[in-house]
Structure formats: C-alpha cells, structure tokens
Design a protein around this ligand. Sequence first.
Ligand code: FMN
Length: 198
Amino acid sequence: MKLNVYEIIEKRKSIRKYKNTPVPRAVLDRVLAAGMHAPSGKNRQNWRFFVVQGKKRDDYLKYSQKSWLGVKDVLQKRLKPSLYEFTERFFYTLGGAPVIIFCYSLNDSEERYHTSIGSVYMAVENMILAAVSDGLGTCPMGAPLEIKEEVDKFLGIKNISTPPGSELELLCGLVLGYPDHDPPKAPRQTEGRIVWLE
Ligand SMILES: Cc1cc2nc3c(=O)[nH]c(=O)nc-3n(C[C@H](O)[C@H](O)[C@H](O)COP(=O)(O)O)c2cc1C
C-alpha cells in the first residue's frame, strides 16, 4: 500500500546498513527527478548531483575512512560506545550501500549564499523522501566536508565547466540503497522548537 506523505516523513530514518542489492537505474532516475522538483532561490535549480557506484564507490571508501578522523572525537563524546563503534564501521564500509550521491551547489553572485545552499538541501530532502517511497534507505553525510578538496579531486570537479564567477561547492553525500536493518527512530525533541506569534 502506498504511504501518504506524512507517513513517508515519519517512516524516514537514517540507514547505516544496506543489502547487497543494486538499485535499478530507473529508480535512481526517479529519485533524482524528485530532487529536481524542489523549489530553488530565483529558480536557479543550482543543485548538481554526482552519482557514484561500482568501482568508483569502492574507491571512495578510503576517503570515507579519512573523513572519520575529522568527526570521531566529537562523536566519541556524544555517542554511547556501542553506537560509536557502529558509526565507525559505517564510515569504513558505508554500510555496504551501493550508491553515493554527492550533492553540490553551483554558487554565484546572483544569489545569496545561504539561499543557494538551502535550495540544494531541499532537493536532498525530496530525494530522501522519494527513496523511502521506493523502499530505499538513505543517510545524508556531512562527513565528506571534512575532506572537501579531496572529494572535489576524486570526482573531477575542476574539469567541469561552470559559468564565469560561479563555483561548485560540496554540501553533502547521500548514501543510498535497500535497508538491511531497522534501527529505532531517533526521538524527536519538540520543546522550544516552535514559537507562535499573533
Ligand atoms: C546535514 C546532515 C549531515 C549528516 N552527516 C552525517 C554523517 O556524516 N554521518 C552519519 O552517520 N550521519 C549523518 N547525518 C545523519 C544524522 O546523524 C541523523 O539524521 C540524525 O542522527 C537523526 O537521525 P535520523 O536521520 O535517523 O532521524 C547527517 C544528517 C544531516 C541532516
């Protein structure tokens, strides 16, 4: 049975263990198309996606392992030891996910920086929800930002031509595949999050 949008939003949670099942190209196309239905500042549609699979995905693992070094100290303070170890393993293996989508913003002086960034993240959330609808799991990853320049090189960003005065900026990775675990949903905190004014 098809879930409605509220059910999809509630069902979504970050997945860090994936089945060894490839994601069909038609499904990936659908998820990416959902991303590109997002709103964007001045309708610039400034998202750029780099879809990494196969050997290239395997090659990325050593970068993911390196990005762990940038986040491990903070996580050690925040997570209980078993979760810390699980997360470390996730960075080393990406949970076996067959696909990583690197999400970039094409920034230029025609749009405020934060609006450009926000537009891309809206597209990312669209993709995350579309993925749930297709039975997929995802985990957005800020960790690649720890090694931004290296990821740019790995993807060949320099060789991509951009209009004068604009540049591509990495915002996150989105790991994607068929879930192989069902973790508990992280509890939502509502206190102090909303202010009503009349
Ligand atoms: C911008 C952003 C960056 C994130 N980066 C990482 C990451 O590098 N590694 C990771 O395991 N999870 C990452 N996450 C996932 C969060 O840890 C997760 O969303 C949060 O713990 C709430 O859990 P839930 O997604 O299951 O609701 C990121 C989430 C966001 C929105």
